[in-house]
Design a protein around this ligand. Structure first.
Ligand SMILES: [Zn+2]
Length: 425
């Protein structure tokens, strides 16, 4: 046989995989039938209090990770109010769906990672599943809403009891960071009615998704700069009011061990609602306004005064780095821009520094080895939201976008397995 023709190894692989799927689907079908035969049959009660009775066997299509499996189950109905139930579907977690839990988990994960057409292609290649993109969209969004419900329950528990049963242990010298920011998600026209926007004609194209993250820091890098604890970042986010988002952020922080943290730092870009959230939920936190945003505003002032190419004078930048905001504002305020409009804009810019002065004591913050930039949450806005929800041509419903955001936050926070285990409990 030596020197004989080389086998088509990959064709063998494919054949064997198909054969094992088919065989597996057969066994799975038998398992289900066996379970149905020997399962105890407790009485089935209707919500109205009446005992329901079986109206016979109903077949349904069931798609599993091994392929189609023949399946049937008893249909129960209430004689009084006509309400119907499929108790076996309830016990197998396949109520009103023809996809097994295993397939739905794959659909949710794939649909959260990439556009639904691509997800369908991925699942065909990786798992041999033939699914319509629209189905993946529907199931992924459904699972995303289940994630929201799960988080909602957790949030409610935290709001009512003020804590969680199993917050992680933090090292005594942990610096606990909370950071949040917003990013525009393109939505359908119907989601924008009556909302002013930034387009030339005053209309809007996007709705703001708020993203929050929690991370911790213990050590410093070789240069003595603060270093984020590896894998310590978790995310929460939604298109929602700042009031609701504040609670979401708070619940996540409590879950992560906020109550044990001796040093809490809130990193934001200094918008008005940022202050409200920090004062409401994180009153003991050191609030820091992102240094790079502060620099942008400083450059903005220089350009107002001296033209598009201008940079802020060295002295101003030094005062900013030193956190000497009163001096910076006093000096910059002495300059007089040409037009009334520029004057107005200049005053707005100065006001940004005035109202954030306490949050800009950068020299002090650096001495304490705190992060002074909100790079983590900004990167999060790109990876968690941008990469999936801001691709060209996308137009989301708020409901759909929120489901996918919830799903992505859950996965990227490493909580998807916990969620999945909890949903069947
Ligand atoms: Zn009834």
């Amino acid at each position: 046989m030596a020197g004989g023709q080389a086998p088509d190894f990959e064709a063998w692989e494919t054949l064997m995989l198909q054969a094992s799927r088919q065989g597996g689907a057969g066994v799975l079908g038998s398992l289900l039938t066996h379970w149905q035969r020997q399962a105890s049959r407790p009485a089935i009660w209707c919500g109205c209090g009446e005992r329901m009775s079986s109206r016979g066997w109903r077949p349904k299509r069931l798609w599993t990770t091994l392929g189609g499996v023949p399946f049937g189950r008893s249909f129960y109905q209430c004689a009084r109010c006509r309400q119907g139930r499929f108790p076996d579907d309830e016990r197998l977690d396949i109520v009103q769906t023809s996809y097994s839990p295993g397939v739905r988990r794959l659909m949710a994960r794939a649909g959260s990672q990439t556009q639904f057409e691509q997800a369908a292609e991925d699942l065909r290649c990786y798992a041999g599943l033939h699914l319509e993109p629209r189905e993946i969209e529907r199931v992924a969004e459904e699972v995303g809403r289940e994630v929201e419900q799960w988080l909602g329950k957790e949030q409610e528990q935290i709001r009512h009891t003020g804590g969680v049963t199993a917050a992680p242990q933090l090292a005594a010298n942990t610096k606990f960071y909370i950071s949040f920011d917003g990013t525009g998600v393109p939505v359908r026209k119907s989601e924008l009615v009556g909302r002013p926007g930034k387009q030339a004609d005053g209309s809007a194209r996007t709705r703001e998704a708020k993203l929050g993250c929690v991370f911790t820091q213990v050590g410093l890098d070789k240069e003595g700069h603060p270093q984020r604890d590896p894998d310590s970042t978790t995310y929460v986010g939604a298109i929602e009011s700042s009031t609701l988002f504040g609670w979401r952020m708070y619940a996540e922080a409590v879950r992560r061990g906020l109550d044990q943290a001796k040093t809490v730092i809130a990193l934001t870009d200094g918008q008005r609602y940022n202050h409200t959230i920090v004062q409401t939920h994180f009153a003991n936190a050191v609030h820091i306004v992102d240094l790079f945003h502060a620099y942008e505003h400083l450059t903005g002032i220089a350009q107002l005064l001296w033209g598009q190419e201008a940079k802020a004078p060295k002295a101003w930048r030094n005062w900013l780095e030193a956190g000497d905001i009163p001096r910076l504002v006093a000096q910059a305020g002495r300059q007089l821009p040409a037009s009334t409009q520029s004057k107005k804009t200049l005053l707005q810019q100065l006001h940004y520094f005035e109202k954030n002065a306490t949050q800009m004591r950068y020299a002090q913050f650096r001495q304490k080895k705190f992060f002074v930039g909100s790079g983590v949450v900004e990167a999060g806005c790109r990876t968690v939201i941008g990469e999936r929800l801001k691709q060209s041509g996308m137009r989301w419903s708020v409901r759909g976008a929120n489901a996918i955001i919830a799903l992505r936050c859950c996965i990227m926070s490493g909580r998807f397995e916990d969620f999945w285990a909890a949903r069947t409990r």
